[in-house]
Design a protein around this ligand. Structure first.
Ligand code: E4P
Length: 223
């Protein structure tokens, strides 16, 4: 599974990449808009901040031609970009047509919020389906894992589309990993939560207390 940071802030991206476990970046129109007034500079800064894959969404929803022309532009701007097309009839048509017209273009379909929509993306031959699992995490007290059913459908029908799950909290992140998602993307504040757990804090504090009681500030020799 590749772990991505959902961000357009080069500082956050660089901080996360320093951990040594981040494989790339997802962006979206909201994140790009938040990053500053020069959208092209923002995209270049994101590409400079991450050596891995960068997902970038075309602007528009239901007009086929503008979706296709922007996806082609993104593809030419960097070979590391996966162009995100919207979940719509035009988005699915754009996947089918671009895949025939530009065989090496890399395409995702984004804002996918149902198994039915994910089926359409697999059928269309998208390289990646971006499952927006995160909002379900917030709105439901029952686990809503879209990855498991979509993985089963793609495996059953031989769709080669990879699954990107957008998530929020560690429990759901673990479910996506168990379900076999190919990518998982989290915003920086949620990525940092992956390292945290109350039991980890409790045991580390107990270890420190017991050691300090016996040995004070001594550690094992460090030379
Ligand atoms: C995914 O590719 C999107 O950029 C984003 O992660 C969607 O997740 P959100 O619902 O947390 O914004």
């Amino acid at each position: 599974m590749q772990l991505l940071i959902d961000s357009s802030d080069p500082r956050e991206i660089a901080q996360a990449h320093a951990w040594g476990i981040i494989d790339g970046v997802t962006t979206n129109p909201t994140l790009i808009a938040k990053a500053g007034p020069d959208r092209l500079a923002t995209l270049k800064n994101v590409l400079d901040a991450s050596p891995g894959v960068v997902f970038c969404q075309v602007i528009g929803w239901k007009e086929l031609d503008p979706l296709k022309t922007q996806a082609r532009w993104l593809h030419r701007f960097s070979e590391r970009i996966v162009a995100k097309l919207p979940m719509s009839v035009s988005g699915i048509m754009a996947v089918r047509q671009l895949k025939q017209e530009v065989p090496d273009i890399r395409l995702a379909v984004t804002t996918v919020s149902s198994v039915a929509q994910a089926y359409l993306c697999g059928k269309a031959g998208a390289d990646v389906v971006a499952l927006f699992n995160g909002p379900f995490d917030l709105e439901s007290d029952q686990p809503v894992d879209l990855v498991t059913p979509v993985r089963r459908i793609y495996d059953r029908y031989g769709f080669k589309t990879k699954i990107l799950s957008a998530g929020r909290f560690p429990r759901a992140f673990g479910e996506y990993a168990v379900a076999g998602t190919d990518y998982c993307t989290l915003r920086f504040e949620y990525l940092k939560l992956l390292f945290e757990h109350a039991y980890t804090d409790k045991r580390m504090n107990n270890f420190s207390k017991d050691w300090r009681t016996a040995f004070g500030d001594q550690t094992w020799p460090q030379s």
